[in-house]
Design a protein around this ligand. Structure first.
Ligand SMILES: Cc1cc2nc3c(=O)[nH]c(=O)nc-3n(C[C@H](O)[C@H](O)[C@H](O)COP(=O)(O)OP(=O)(O)OC[C@H]3O[C@@H](n4cnc5c(N)ncnc54)[C@H](O)[C@@H]3O)c2cc1C
Length: 314
């Protein structure tokens, strides 16, 4: 039994660091926490025991869609007696948790940048220029937090216990066997990559990512996303748009290439620890936000960077 469950997304190698940001948020409002780890790897789930006295590991595979997982989560929440589930806002949780909230008859508070009391916090609006206070009116709340607003939680000096829930389909009554294939993945995802390359209209009217930019991303192990201009042009799909009406990211390093730095775009990258900008216009607004700036044509600057990185890989 616990009052707050923290959803941990497991990859094959590690706990998604965005989930550890959700843990920071939860620690501020609750001392009675347990981890709910979703993923395949038992060894990665065990890593969560350094953060919680108790961890529930629900063994899932990538093919399990929200339709399968939502009722399972709902039942785990009920059995644990928790009144709050906290998770990072990620594409996975955005798909899953509103369903859990609907099934559990719980409030759904999304993308909070401040968590003040259980079921109560604040959310940024108007590209970060305003803040609204939100409060759950129901006994159980499901909360997603804006990852860039919270630090990655540190482990505790403990070795918590793990309880295994092996098969959502077998274990939980009333769950259909329908498997939804996940979209084919290529490269790191925009939301959890340590480095993100942001591509703006300045790269020109191109139909595919210019080779030097693809090389730069490969050398850095970076995810690639775009401004609204490049998404609207069809260079990127809408889910790769960075900004106020797209993804809000918090990588260690964001590299903006041919991006003017409109307020709606910058709203999506403020959480980056380091912002690097490459733009031919020295007056481009992006240089006001950037920590490091290169004034010049990307066609000249990017190959030079690749050359330097090639001889000194990350
Ligand atoms: C309600 C609303 C919501 C919005 N939401 C978003 C959002 O979520 N995300 C988002 O990105 N935008 C959003 N926008 C759009 C935003 O206002 C800007 O129009 C958009 O971000 C501009 O994209 P850009 O920087 O790629 O293009 P531009 O503003 O056209 O900038 C291109 C830059 O490339 C530089 N450049 C040109 N050629 C080169 C070269 N060869 N080498 C180097 N630099 C070069 C130019 O100097 C310029 O600075 C939104 C707008 C509205 C009204």
């Amino acid at each position: 039994m616990c009052t707050t469950l923290v959803l941990l997304e497991l990859t094959a190698e590690t706990i998604n660091p965005l989930s550890l940001r959700a843990l920071s948020a939860a620690r501020a409002v609750s001392e009675d926490l347990a981890g709910l780890a979703l993923g395949e790897s038992a060894s990665v789930a065990r890593k969560a025991c350094a953060y919680f006295p108790g961890v529930i590991h629900l063994v899932t595979s990538e093919e399990m869609g929200a339709e399968i997982l939502a009722p399972a989560l709902c039942q785990i929440m009920e059995q644990s007696g928790c009144t709050q589930l906290v998770a990072a806002a990620t594409p996975f949780s955005r798909d899953l948790l509103p369903r859990v909230a609907a099934l559990a008859g719980a409030s759904f508070l999304s993308q909070l940048s401040v968590l003040e009391f259980p079921g109560e916090g604040k959310r940024a609006v108007l590209a970060g220029k305003g803040v609204v206070a939100v409060r759950s009116l129901l006994p159980v709340s499901i909360i997603t937090i804006e990852p860039s607003a919270f630090p990655v939680a540190a482990p505790l000096a403990i070795e918590g216990e793990i309880s295994l829930r092996t098969d959502p389909v077998e274990e939980f009554p009333g769950i259909s066997r329908k498997i939804i294939p996940s979209a084919a993945r290529g490269g790191p995802s925009l939301l959890d990559a340590a480095v993100v390359v942001g591509v703006g209209r300045g790269v020109g009217p191109v139909q595919s990512l210019p080779l030097p930019l693809a090389q730069l991303a490969t050398l850095l192990g970076a995810a690639v996303g775009g401004t609204r201009a490049t998404c609207d042009s069809g260079l990127f799909s809408p889910d790769l748009q960075i900004g106020q009406t797209g993804r809000v990211i918090a990588p260690e390093c964001y590299i903006a290439i041919g991006v003017s730095g409109a307020v709606q775009h910058v709203a999506g990258v403020r959480g980056a620890a380091l912002i690097v900008a490459i733009d031919k216009n020295e007056l481009a607004g992006i240089f006001e936000t950037a920590d490091v700036g290169f004034v010049g044509m990307w066609e000249a600057v990017v190959p030079k960077l690749c050359e330097l990185l090639g001889s000194n890989p990350r």
